[in-house]
Design a protein around this ligand. Structure first.
Ligand SMILES: Nc1ncnc2c1ncn2[C@@H]1O[C@H](COP(=O)(O)OP(=O)(O)OP(=O)(O)O)[C@@H](O)[C@H]1O
Ligand SMILES: [Mg+2]
Length: 261
């Protein structure tokens, strides 16, 4: 019997997913038996050592790499290739330099041949939400790094995806801009019911933004630890100054250190 996606409470499910790259002379095992699901509306952060396989996991979730073992389900259906309702934001938020901010934000609609008029309002609203109003006509080189990242967030959200995949989206930013971007994201999340997988090296960022944090092992990546973040929403950036927040961050730091020892 065909599955009924509307009744599925999970945005995405990894079921014993593995990935081996056919490198020479020896194949490279990047991901090993990863199983977890992201519920609708849930924000999951992934922490783990460099080179362990986090980006590979995200590429598979985006449908841009195929698992060599196991199964990936998107809304209860086996995932085959990129999904229209998935927004992606990768580490180097490369905007197209010859396009304006607005045209960059509208780009996912352009490649899917969706009429501009259909998404223009959503694009303008997002641009305003992230504080880029007035810069619609600017080219990327006229923006600061943080502004480019904000435009990239708008681009990832413009088609109103129900799942957004972010791979260290703020890693190239200085600490202050990075905090600012975290606040923008936190704010966006209080108003939408989207699911997210967010890869970061910042424990603090993970705890502030996520409902659940997964800690990956060294390569091949597998889920070594899972922590449900105990802070209710809506959250504000001030949460990060509390002793309770500090305790959760310290706990995770210990887990990661133990995991890497
Ligand atoms: N297309 C590919 N072909 C061969 N090997 C690959 C490919 N993509 C990734 N790898 C290898 O898979 C492993 C995991 O890489 P991945 O980019 O997923 O790590 P990561 O956890 O995202 O690291 P970082 O935190 O540094 O971004 C690495 O050893 C990398 O060399
Ligand atoms: Mg990576």
């Amino acid at each position: 019997m065909p599955e009924a996606p509307a009744l599925i409470a999970e945005a995405i499910r990894f079921d014993a997913v593995g990935k081996t790259f056919p490198t020479r002379p020896v194949p490279l095992r990047a991901v090993e038996s990863v199983s977890f699901a992201v519920r609708r509306g849930e924000f999951v952060a992934i922490l783990g050592p460099s080179g362990c396989g986090k980006s590979t996991l995200l590429m598979m979730a985006a449908g841009l790499e195929t698992p060599t073992e196991g199964r990936l389900e998107r809304g209860g259906v086996k995932l085959h290739g990129p999904h229209r309702q998935t927004g992606v934001m990768f580490q180097d938020a490369t905007l197209l330099p010859w396009l304006s901010v607005l045209d960059n934000v509208l780009f996912p609609a352009t490649i899917r041949r969706i009429p501009r008029a259909q998404v223009l309002e959503a694009a303008m609203r997002l641009i305003e939400t992230v504080g880029l109003k007035g810069f619609e006509g600017a080219r990327p080189h006229e923006l600061s790094g943080g502004m480019r990242q904000r435009a990239a967030i708008c681009r990832a959200l413009v088609l109103d995806p129900d799942l957004i995949l972010m791979d260290e989206p703020f890693s190239a930013l200085d600490a202050i801009t990075r905090d600012e971007m975290g606040d923008v994201l936190l704010d966006l999340w209080q108003h939408t019911q989207k699911s997210a997988i967010f890869v970061t090296h910042s424990i603090r960022e993970a705890v502030l933004l996520a409902d659940r944090v997964l800690v990956m092992s060294r390569r091949p990546a597998t889920v070594a630890e899972e922590l449900v973040v105990p802070f209710p929403r809506p959250r504000t950036p001030a949460l990060a100054d509390s002793a309770e927040f500090g305790a959760v961050v310290a706990h995770l730091r210990g887990v990661i250190a133990g995991n890497m020892a």
